[in-house]
Design a protein around this ligand. Structure first.
Ligand SMILES: [Zn+2]
Ligand SMILES: [Zn+2]
Length: 136
């Protein structure tokens, strides 16, 4: 095993990755694309510097979906787990699906973003700041 702080994998285990250090910004994203991609009310991505992120196995199983706006989403072609989001804005950063980690992150998500498209059947009452769109 590696000495990296974080290890994660997809549902089938075919793809495994590791990360050394999370960067600060982690939001719960309620945008329509994240909802569809995850099949869930919202998606939570952790951020890590590209140099601190490595695929350990199964990189050949990754498939990429490119949305109309040019953003890329990578998922496991065997089990469908959503793994990585790339906005193209900051290529030095990898945003990965936080819930695919097998260890608990020391940082917690700090905001809800794109709540303007939140599903009606979810109420947010965790006290975190909410942004109708992105936080920038
Ligand atoms: Zn898989
Ligand atoms: Zn989103």
């Amino acid at each position: 095993m590696s000495n990296a702080a974080y290890q994660g994998q997809c549902l089938c285990g075919g793809i495994q990755y590791e990360a050394d250090k999370l960067s600060g910004k982690m939001g719960h994203c309620h945008c329509t694309m994240c909802r569809k991609f995850h099949g869930a009310a919202f998606a939570t991505f952790g951020s890590v510097a590209r140099t601190d992120f490595r695929w350990l196995t199964g990189e050949n199983l990754l498939q990429t979906f490119v949305a109309d706006n040019g953003t890329k989403r990578k998922f496991c072609s065997q089990c469908g787990s959503s793994l990585v989001f790339e906005s193209g804005e900051d290529n030095d950063l990898v945003e990965f699906s936080l819930a695919t980690l097998d260890v608990a992150p020391v940082l917690s998500p700090d905001a809800h973003i794109y709540t303007g498209t939140k599903v009606d059947w979810l109420s947010i009452d965790d006290g975190l700041p909410k942004y109708l769109n992105g936080r920038r």
